[in-house]
Design a protein around this ligand. Sequence first.
Ligand SMILES: Cc1cc2nc3c(=O)[nH]c(=O)nc-3n(C[C@H](O)[C@H](O)[C@H](O)COP(=O)(O)O)c2cc1C
Length: 168
Amino acid sequence: MKKILILNGSPRKKGTTASLIKAFTEGAESAGNEVKELYLPGMSIGGCLACEACSGNGGSCVQKDDMERVNEAVEWSDVIVFASPMYWGTVTGQLKIVVDRLYAMCNRLKWSGFKKETAFLMTARGNYYGQALNFYGIFTNALNWKDWGTVLGAGKEEEARQIGASIN
Ligand SMILES: Cc1cc2nc3c(=O)[nH]c(=O)nc-3n(C[C@H](O)[C@H](O)[C@H](O)COP(=O)(O)O)c2cc1C
């Protein structure tokens, strides 16, 4: 049983990304996992200021905003699922800002100590996912997080459900 955090970057609560998230969650819960979803567009989170304060003070961010809720959930989780529509080739700004702000946690945990498992859910109008997969590769390749799989495309609920159900 794993604790799974879904970072939902889609503003549309009933959109195609939401539908993949729903199927993934059903699969993951059916396998006994615990799932928490954060709807990032409803949160107030400022972009990283690159002040580097977090590099020198043990990983604390100078900005006190809803990222503190995200950090708590990240600490709670074993698995982080990045879920987003494709905007201009990659994830939405709302999700990218959260990823940028994880820099502070990386500093707190001295980078190699920031170890999670991960999965990626993305929908798009077209079918070119190269740039988005480069984004996801930062976690699976550079940070070496275990990859449970990617679902690329609207309407692939069964794939999402199966990946969720495979997590144990
Ligand atoms: C600002 C914006 C940028 C987008 N950029 C792309 C893109 O680069 N490539 C693409 O295939 N679709 C793009 N789309 C289409 C969305 O990715 C697609 O409609 C997606 O399925 C919407 O997900 P949702 O139903 O969760 O909102 C864009 C849509 C918006 C609103």
